[in-house]
Design a protein around this ligand. Sequence first.
Ligand code: ADP
Ligand code: MG
Length: 268
Amino acid sequence: SDASEIGRVNLNAGQRAVQVSPDVVKIILQARKVSLETQGAFDISALPLQRLWNFKSSNPRVPTKEEIAEKRHLVDFRAVVLDSNTVFLPRPEMGLDLGAIAKGYAVDQAVAILKKDGYSDFMVEAGGDLRTVAGELTHGERKIWVRHPRKPDEFFAVIKKDQCAVATSGDYERFFEKDGQRFHHIIDPVTGYPARPVVSATIIAEEAVIADAYATAVFVLGPDRGLELIEKNPGLEGLIVFEKESESDSMLGWKVSKGIVEEIEIVN
Ligand code: ADP
Ligand code: MG
C-alpha cells in the first residue's frame, strides 16, 4: 500500500533511494506542484514536525521552541529526490507524510473503477473527502453539506452541485487542548505550530486529489492568501471559515470564492 511504501522511503532516509509505485510518484508530483504554488505552506516532508506533535498517538503534546527550531530545517519539499520510480530523502531525519493528499487520490481511484464498471450516478466519500458523478437521476438535485467547524451536529453551508469533488480540512478532526488553547494537526511548516486562524477550509474541484491537497494548503495559507490562491486557479472554488482574531473569542468569519457564490448557501 501507499502507507508502507512511504514507510520504507522514510526508513531509508539518508541511506538509499526506494522504489515506489506509479501511484506514489503521481501523488508526490502533485504535492510538489501545490508546494511550489504555496511557497511551502503545503509540504509532504513536514513529518519531522508532526513527529514532535505526535497527533496520531493517544498522547500528543506541545513541543518546546527548541525542538521545533531543531526540526524545522528538515522540512523541505525541494530536497526530496524523485526519480521515475524511486524516492530518496537525502537526510536521515527527513520523512514524508501523504496524509493531506492520499485520501483524495484514493477517492479518485474508486471513482475511476466505478465508472469503468458502468456506474453513472454515485458518490464516493472517505473521511471528509468526496467526489460525485452525476447522471440523469441527480441532475440539478445534488446537495453537498459542509459541517459546522464548531457545532458537531450542525452544518455551516450547503453547496448545490451535481458533479464535483469536495474536500474539507478542519481543525476539529484531530486536536487536543492545553491551557485553554486548541492545538490541531495541520501544521504551518514555517512556524512549526498549528496553522491559524482558519478553522475549516473547503475546496471544490474536479478531482478529489486536487480538492484534498488544496484544502490543506488553503488552511495553512489563511483566509487572505488562501482565497487568493483559489481565485488564481480556474479549477478551484472554496469556502474558508476562520476565527476573527480581533473580536472576542470564537467569533467566526467566512469567505467564499467568486465562482461558487451562486451555488453555495451559508446556513448557520
Ligand atoms: P484530514 O486528514 O483531517 O482529512 P487534511 O487533508 O487536511 O485533513 O490532512 C491533514 C494531514 O496532513 C495531517 O494529519 C498531516 O498528516 C498532514 N499535514 C499537516 N500539515 C501539513 C502541511 N502543512 N502540508 C502537508 N501535509 C500536512
Ligand atoms: Mg487535505
